[in-house]
Structures are given as C-alpha cells and as structure tokens.
Design a protein around this ligand. Sequence first.
Ligand code: 5AD
Ligand code: FES
Length: 340
Amino acid sequence: MLKIIEKAKIEHNLTKSEIIVLLSDNSINDILYKAADSVRKEFVGDEVHLRGLIEFSNICKCSCKYCGLRKDNSKLERYRLSKEEIINFAKKASKYGYKTVVLQSGEDAYFSAEIIENIIKEIKKFDLAVTLSMGEKSFQEYKIYKNAGADRYLIRIETTDKNLYEQMHPNMSFENRLRCLDDLKKLNYEVGSGCLVGLPNQSIDSLADDILFFKKIDADMIGIGPFIPNPNTPLSEARGGSFELALKVMSITRLLMPTINIPATTAMETLNPNGRIIALQSGANVVMPNVTEGDYRRKYEIYPGKICVGDTPNQCWNCIGAKIESIGRTISNNYGFHKK
Ligand code: 5AD
Ligand code: FES
C-alpha cells in the first residue's frame, strides 16, 4: 500500500487496480492525504485561488435525480437574476479582491447565447477571469461565450459509469456529456470536470474509472464532492456519500494530476464543519466562496445544509481568508490559470 502511494507521488500514474486498493483500505488514509498535500505544495505551491461564485438562476430544464434544482421539484422557489444584478455582483467581487467569477445556473433556456455573451463582455471590463458553469450547450454557443471572453467552463461528468449516468439523468445522454467536454477542449477553454461520490449503486471500481478519466481528458480543474441526499428529490432516502471517500478520490486525483486546480468543495464542508480546510490540506488549492447576495443563496438549494446561506459576500471573504491564513497558506492575487 505504501509502495503504491510512493509510486503515485513520484510517477503520477497508477493502474486501475492500484487505485482500487487505495480506495478500499482506510488504514492508509492519513498517509494518502499527506502525500497529496506534499504534491500540491511542490507543484502548485501554498497559494489558494478564490473564485467568486454567482448563482444566477436556479431554473432548470433537467431532472437529475440527485439535484434540488431539478425541474420536478415544485418545493423550490425559483429565481433568475437580471443581467444588471449579475454584472453588479461581479463588479463587487472584483472589489473584494476576487480575480475570477464563476457564473453558475441551472439549465435555464431564458439565457440565450446573446444575453450571456453580453454579460461576459461587461464582466471582462472588471479585469476578471470568467468561468461558466451552465450545463450542456452546443458547440456554437460555447464558441460565442469563448469569443466574448470566457476563460473556463465547468461541467462535471458526475460519473463515468454510463449505466449509472443514464439512471441518474433522465432524458440526457452520456455521449452528449462527453461531446460537451470535447467541444470545450477544442475551443481552448480551461476545462473543469469532476464527479459525485456516493451515488446509489456507484462502485469503487467506477470511482477508479472516474479518476483515470480525469487524467485521460487532461482536465484543468477537477471538483469532487460527496453526494448529499435532498429530501425533495427521488433520492431522498438514499444513503449519500461519505466525506472520507470523497476526500480520498480528491487526494488520489491530486497525486495523478499534480499541476491542476482542485477546489475544496462546499459539499465537503457541508458534511464536515472543517471540510474545506481538511481538503486544502489533502490536495486542494482552490475555494469557491459564494458572492451572490441576499435571499438567492438560500434558494439555490442543490442539497440540504449548504453552508453560507445566511452570510454576505463580505463575511465569506473574511471567514475563508482567516481560515486559509490559519493554516499558513496565502490568498493568491493572480488569476490562477492552470500552469502545466
Ligand atoms: N449533493 C452533492 N452535490 C450535488 N450536485 C448536485 N446535486 C448534488 C447533491 N445532492 C453537484 C453536481 C453538480 C454541482 C453543481 O453540484 O455534481 O455538477
Ligand atoms: Fe461563507 Fe465562511 S466562507 S461564512
């Protein structure tokens, strides 16, 4: 076991069966986390990149079984920010010191490529890197956003188990998800992907495939979080994922992809009150604090217990800033692009 971790630390390569061994044995967890932390330090340093998250619409045409924003969830109060509100939140984020904003939403057809194009062009005037996280679009739409100045796009594969993928995503296809990732690469985006850990019927075997998939597509960023059952979804009675397993998938991803950006995800902090700091000490180098204001935060309820729903952008900046400094890390003042 220790030999496998040593190999990963030096060669940044593991076979599927070696990954399965690491994922299946919990006696080596602390050694694994430490190894990922040292690879993180060596390749991406002590800087933590903060990305300001703007949750601009919780309206969604999809029915992902695990997600609170799914269209069939009639309990959720829906909202859509105006173009002016989105641009204003971005402007404020740049004043706090953010170098990147992430525009995230459900798959909301109201936002045409032209509207998004316009918003991106306005936000680029604030000297911010722009990351988009709005789901599956056509090549042409991705191209319009890119030409408008978008820098990065996040679209998790969620799981590489095609059967499970299709069970979890009614009326969606695994092939189209792959097509999106491929289009984004072709358009020269920095591409972020990732997976959920602990979906019903998800095997350790398929988590090993997920990690190898991230490497195969040469992702620039990988976000990994535990699945947290939402009472207003068909998976309300599911067991959900564990913090430890999600952390292990993240640490192994760091060992195999030493230079990429890896966020300490909000879902990790939801399961463990110190989850983001633990993640930052187990391979992560990015945090994505929410910069949406007011009641919208509470309404963007992908899963229950989401952190920071009652806080302001200012509180989050100070809170996470203090936590990062308390572990001897610094807040980056550059854009934090992936340096290969
Ligand atoms: N628990 C944890 N993460 C979830 N996501 C969606 N639903 C849940 C849930 N119930 C994640 C998906 C998506 C990201 C924005 O949120 O992985 O890509
Ligand atoms: Fe939002 Fe701590 S990061 S309150």
